[in-house]
Design a protein around this ligand. Structure first.
Ligand code: GLP
Length: 279
């Protein structure tokens, strides 16, 4: 796991946007896994800014969002579909036919889950998955206790998640009790994963994710089993990490490698052969 600690939430969104743009630049038909919640909003704003500046195009991309509430009518302002339209899809040049979210407003929810898995498979799988993290350690809507092998399915939200997310709704009662979410097994199949966390409220969850045991009680800890995960954290979200100094040291070496010259120091010569220290 690569842990990058940045000074501000703005720096986190810049780095996340860099990773998205790199994926778009290197893949012929990029498949992006997208997340909702407050954390990625600044990243989406940065992507919109880069698009408006003519620095990136999303026209070749296919996207799959992690999750959707169940039972909200189409067009409900708090549906994740509306969130994505508002913050990203309607503001750049995505082909809307290739921007997918699970169907939370159908009666045949079982079929909707299977169809979603099939669409991800048929697209060739996700190149880069963006994730946030819940205060209880959930990723997407995989609440504590979720199977680490789970696939896209129906999931009941915990009271804590409903309370956390009620800030977007009129009242706690208006927050749906059910969601469709990609499973942890589905998420772990993405080729690269980047998890964003900002603010002190995420510090305990981040600590458990990166330095605790792999356990269904902290769904995000399953990311320890994936070979290409980057955590982009601001100082406050990283504040409870025990190996904080070490992660910063690794990033310093990483920067030296990137500046490396073939005829320079030993580190320089090593750096000319690869640009990323293995996780
Ligand atoms: C929701 C989403 C998650 C997200 C989490 C944290 O529960 N389903 O994908 O990571 O909220 O959201 P925020 O970034 O607002 O803290």
């Amino acid at each position: 796991m690569r842990v990058i600690i940045l000074q501000t939430p703005e720096a986190v969104s810049q780095r996340a946007a860099d990773l998205v743009c790199e994926t778009i630049a290197t893949e012929e038909t990029p498949v992006l896994g997208l997340a909702t919640g407050g954390t990625p909003v600044a990243t989406y704003q940065e992507l919109v800014r880069r698009y408006q500046a003519g620095n990136v195009s999303f026209s070749a991309c296919t996207t799959f969002n992690l999750d959707e509430y169940v039972g909200l009518p189409e067009g409900h302002p708090e549906s994740y579909r509306c969130f994505m339209n508002q913050h990203l899809f309607d503001r750049v040049d995505f082909d809307s036919r290739r921007c997918h979210l699970p169907q939370g407003n159908t009666l045949d929810l079982q079929q909707a889950c299977q169809a979603y898995e099939a669409m991800i498979r048929d697209s060739g799988g996700i190149d880069l998955q963006i994730l946030g993290i819940g205060t209880d350690g959930h990723i997407a809507f995989n609440e504590p206790g979720s199977s680490l092998a789970s696939r896209t399915r129906l999931k009941a939200l915990t009271e804590q998640t409903r309370r956390d997310n009620s800030r977007f709704f009129e009242s706690l009662d208006a927050v749906p009790k059910l969601s469709i979410t990609m499973g942890i097994g589905t998420i772990l199949e993405a080729r690269k994963i980047v998890l964003l966390a900002t603010g002190e409220g995420k510090a305990d969850a981040v600590r458990a994710l990166a330095e605790g045991p792999v356990t269904a009680s902290v769904p995000a800890s399953a990311l320890q089993l994936h070979a290409n995960v980057t955590l982009l954290l601001d100082e406050t979200a990283a504040s409870k990490l025990v190996r904080r100094e070490y992660y910063m040291h690794v990033e310093e070496i990483q920067r030296s490698l990137q500046k490396a010259q073939p005829r320079g120091s030993h580190l320089g010569r090593v750096g000319s052969h690869f640009d990323r220290i293995a996780e």
